[in-house]
Design a protein around this ligand. Structure first.
Ligand SMILES: [Zn+2]
Length: 280
């Protein structure tokens, strides 16, 4: 996490991911009375770097923290905020983090020594404030952040944040990367691609001026439409192939081929997991 905050709308900042693997886009929304941080970075050291940048922008205003979903690069820096920010989450996301954090910490430590080092001192943190239902608002003074629980889609506890026309989508939307379908049977099969398409329709109806994806460049609402079109294509192909009696491996190769030629995005491997999640 090396980026510096960029102002994308009045009082709304993004620390850009620079397209670095396992680094997410991070949001900082500053009102007259308080400020909200959206996502933490991977592990306590990155969390501390995000906190320092937020503190610089917020001055002595009280800080809130929320996370788009529990995945390690989005939520596993929360411990750095303890005692410095009020951590707000939906009950669905809290419960999912509780169920899966240990397994995901293990999985991510297996990705290599650099990731393992960032997670060496990781410990899960429970939110200070939990909302039930599908929506909470934080009045930051002169601007309100709306937190919406929209999962299950990418994860069970997906949450988006809308502030002054800027929508933080977490991994529901990526820019120039095939969206991550975390279909990891038998450990985690909560990804719901069909519902994900409906969630993207809901995000389109919010008609945000600025869209901050989980990973990749800040964009506008056309990005949400592009990701929706991709999923719709994959859903259509998988159901046609299934109807024609194709097995899952055959569907993975056929859809990977058609999607890679139509969308020149990075992270081709996620196409196959999207197909597997749909084909089950
Ligand atoms: Zn994710």
């Amino acid at each position: 996490m090396r980026g510096e905050p960029v102002e994308v709308a009045d009082g709304v900042f993004v620390i850009p991911d620079g397209r670095v693997r396992l680094v997410p886009n991070i949001g900082i929304v500053v009102g007259t009375r308080a400020a909200l941080v959206v996502d933490t970075g991977l592990g306590p050291r990155n969390g501390a770097l995000v906190l320092a940048r937020a503190r610089r922008l917020a001055g002595d205003r009280p800080l809130y923290l929320t996370t788009t979903h529990f995945h390690p690069e989005h939520g596993f820096g929360a411990q750095a905020f303890q005692g410095h920010a009020t951590f707000v989450a939906s009950s669905a996301q809290r419960d999912e983090a509780h169920r899966k954090s240990a397994a995901f910490a293990g999985m991510f430590r297996g990705l290599g020594p650099a990731v393992a080092a960032e997670l060496a001192d990781f410990r899960p943190v429970a939110p200070d404030l939990v909302y039930t239902g599908d929506r909470a608002e934080i009045d930051l003074g002169g601007r309100t952040a709306v937190l919406r629980h929209v999962g299950p889609a990418h994860t069970a506890g997906d949450q988006v944040v809308l502030a002054d026309g800027v929508l933080f989508t977490g991994d529901l939307v990526e820019n120039r990367m095939f969206p991550i379908a975390p279909y990891f049977p038998p450990h985690d099969t909560d990804v719901d691609v069909v519902r994900w398409i409906a969630v993207l329709d809901e995000l389109l109806r919010l008609d945000p001026a600025v869209v901050v994806p989980g990973h990749g460049e800040v964009a506008d609402v056309a990005l949400v439409r592009a990701v929706r079109d991709y999923f719709d294509h994959v859903r259509g192909e998988v159901s046609a192939l299934r109807a024609a009696g194709a097995g899952v491996d055959e569907a993975v190769s056929a859809v990977t081929e058609s999607a890679r030629s139509r969308w020149g995005w990075d992270n081709l491997d996620w196409i196959g997991l999207t197909v597997r999640a749909l084909h089950r």
